[in-house]
Design a protein around this ligand. Structure first.
Ligand code: ATP
Ligand code: MG
Length: 251
């Protein structure tokens, strides 16, 4: 009886294993499906997935404190969790649109960084997306550092923030903006908007007050940044209300 399996072994890159070559007929397809659902292939796929997650977690540079934050570990904030889960479930669509998220609250300890790192963790673990997570200030530091010590070219570092699949910028507007920072940030956001690459932010400013603070710092045309953020985070610009959780933990 024709089994559809040829007397030859070949390498399958999808699982990194050598397996039987199957002919392109019904029996061959069935034999290939059977081999794919076997323990050896399933174990290899699981191992490959875990390796990819570990690589992306390392690449993200997500600090250790934030690596284990999840939406489940966020107390209360039910409406926020619903919206963030809607984003996560629909990520494939939002990714194509280049849609990210802007979380803000005037006060500290409301859980902005907690939620953003939970989103980053989920995108890495569920969707295997390479992400970079850092504060706005750290981003400028990296670019400046590259410029000063020539270890990595400044352009390369700059392009890394422009081109990464998902960029998470924590604490937007936390330190004084300068004309140079403004130029860098506008360039990065402009590129990401044009290439539909999702960008995520936390800030202690609403977008209106952020624009005002840029204006007060004498930044020319401050709306260039905020206008782009409105478009990039359309539907997911959210204020986080509540108390300072850090104080709550203290008592
Ligand atoms: N609703 C919550 N449930 C559980 N833990 C929370 C909640 N809100 C905040 N936390 C915890 O409190 C700490 C402070 O939260 P977080 O750093 O996310 O606040 P933030 O809004 O980013 O503050 P800041 O404006 O100072 O950056 C974190 O350890 C976080 O995990
Ligand atoms: Mg924070």
């Amino acid at each position: 009886m024709d089994t559809g399996v040829l007397p030859e072994m070949i390498y399958y890159s999808f699982c990194g294993l050598v397996g039987p070559k199957c002919c392109d007929c019904d029996q061959g397809n069935e034999a290939f499906q059977k081999w794919c659902s076997g323990q050896e292939v399933q174990d290899a796929l699981k191992k490959k997935r875990l390796a990819e997650i570990a690589k992306n977690l390392k690449f993200s540079e997500l600090p250790v404190h934030w690596k284990e934050k999840t939406l489940e570990s966020l107390e209360g904030q039910e409406n926020l969790k619903l919206t963030v889960n809607r984003y996560l479930d629909g990520f494939q669509k939002f990714r194509e649109q280049g849609t990210g998220m802007y979380l803000w609250s005037e006060g500290s300890g409301r859980g902005k960084t907690h939620v953003l790192s939970a989103v980053c963790n989920e995108l890495i673990q569920r969707y295997l997306v390479p992400c970079i997570f850092l504060t706005e200030e750290q981003m400028y530091f990296r670019i400046r550092e590259a410029y000063e010590n020539h270890a990595v070219s400044e352009k390369k570092q700059y392009r890394k923030f422009m081109e990464t699949k998902c960029l998470f910028l924590d604490d937007l507007g936390a330190t004084k903006i300068t004309a140079w920072k403004n130029e860098v940030l506008t360039g990065i956001l402009d590129y990401r908007l044009n290439h539909r690459l999702p960008t995520f932010f936390t800030s202690n400013f609403s977008l209106q007050s952020y624009e005002l603070s840029l204006q007060n710092a004498s930044i020319a045309r401050p709306c260039r940044i905020t206008s782009r953020i409105y478009e990039m985070c359309c539907g997911f610009i959210m204020e986080i209300r509540g108390e300072d959780f850090r104080k709550k933990l203290h008592f």
